[in-house]
Design a protein around this ligand. Structure first.
Ligand SMILES: [Zn+2]
Length: 262
C-alpha cells in the first residue's frame, strides 16, 4: 500500500509531503528553497527504496503560488524530479509571483538571512508546469486526483488520494495558527472550497499547509470560522481564530510524521 510522510520544514513551518507508491513518488509542495528541496528528494528516494527496493521516479505538485510552497521547485529539477503539476493559473503567474515574493523575502528581517540561499535571478526559480486540469496520475496502486479550487489564493490545488482517504489541502486549511487571509484571498470561495473538501466522503485525514494533520471536524470548524469572518470582516476587531488538534503532537522543526493509514 502507498505510504504518506509529512515533513514540516522551516522557514515558514511549511508542510511538504511525500506519497510513495509502488511505481512513482509524488512530492506535494517543494517547500521554500534549495535546502528543503534536497531534503525532500533524498527522503523520497530513501522511502521508495525501503518500500520497493529501488528509488522511484519523482513527480511534484504545487498547491498554490505562495513562495514557501514552491521556491524549491527548480532545485527538484536538479535532483531529477520529472513532472511538475500545478494549475494553469500557477503556470501563468509563477514568474510575476517569484519576482514579487523574492523581493519581499530579501527585505523582510525574518527571512533576509534565508534569502541568501535563493538565486539572484527570480527566473531561476521557475519550472515548466504540466497543468493539473489535464493530468491523470497513478503512483502504482495509488490513484491521485487533482482538484482546482480557490479562496486562500487565486488558485488552490488540492490533492486527493481516494483509496487512502487522504487530502492535501495546501493553505486552505491551517492548524495551530489562524488561516492566513491575504490580499489574494476570497472568503466566499474559500468557504465553498472547504465544503467541497467535506463532500469527499472517504476523506478522513486532511494534511494542512501548516500544522499537524487534521480530521473532518477540524475542517468543518475552520469552515464555520471563515464563514463567520466573511460576514463580519467589515469589523476591524474581528480576526480568524487559531485552531489546534486536540492531544499531544510533536511541534518541533524540522519534523517528519508517517501517516497511519487504514
Ligand atoms: Zn499560502
Amino acid at each position: 500500500m502507498a505510504k504518506v510522510n509529512v515533513l514540516s520544514l522551516n522557514p515558514a513551518g511549511v508542510n511538504c509531503s511525500i506519497v510513495t507508491g509502488s511505481r512513482r513518488s509524488l512530492i506535494v509542495d517543494a517547500g521554500p528553497g534549495p535546502n528543503t528541496a534536497r531534503v525532500l528528494a533524498h527522503r523520497a528516494a530513501a522511502l521508495s527504496e525501503e518500500a520497493n527496493g529501488r528509488p522511484n521516479p519523482i513527480d511534484v505538485v504545487t498547491t498554490h503560488d505562495h513562495w514557501d510552497h514552491f521556491f524549491g521547485n527548480a532545485s527538484l529539477v536538479a535532483e531529477g524530479a520529472e513532472t511538475f503539476y500545478a494549475s494553469t493559473s500557477f503556470a501563468a503567474d509563477q514568474e510575476a509571483t517569484a519576482w514579487i515574493a523574492l523581493d519581499a523575502i530579501r527585505s523582510a528581517p525574518e527571512t533576509s538571512e534565508f534569502a541568501r540561499e535563493l538565486p539572484e535571478d527570480p527566473g531561476d526559480l521557475l519550472v515548466e508546469v504540466t497543468p493539473v486540469e489535464e493530468a491523470e496520475l497513478d503512483l502504482g496502486d495509488c490513484p491521485v486526483e487533482f482538484h482546482v479550487l480557490g479562496g486562500h489564493s487565486t488558485v488552490d490545488v488540492v490533492i486527493r488520494l481516494p483509496d487512502l482517504g487522504v487530502v492535501f489541502t495546501g493553505d486552505l486549511v491551517e492548524e495551530g495558527d489562524p488561516p492566513q487571509a491575504g490580499s489574494d484571498a476570497a472568503l466566499g470561495e474559500w468557504v465553498r472550497s472547504l465544503q467541497t473538501l467535506l463532500a469527499f466522503d472517504e476523506a478522513t485525514v486532511f494534511v494542512p499547509g501548516h500544522g499537524v494533520p487534521v480530521d473532518r471536524d477540524f475542517v468543518a470548524r475552520q469552515c464555520a470560522d471563515l464563514e463567520g469572518y466573511r460576514t463580519m470582516s467589515s469589523d476591524a476587531e474581528v480576526a480568524l481564530p487559531a485552531r489546534s488538534m486536540p492531544g499531544e503532537h510533536d511541534r518541533t522543526f524540522p519534523r517528519e510524521c508517517a501517516l497511519r493509514l487504514p
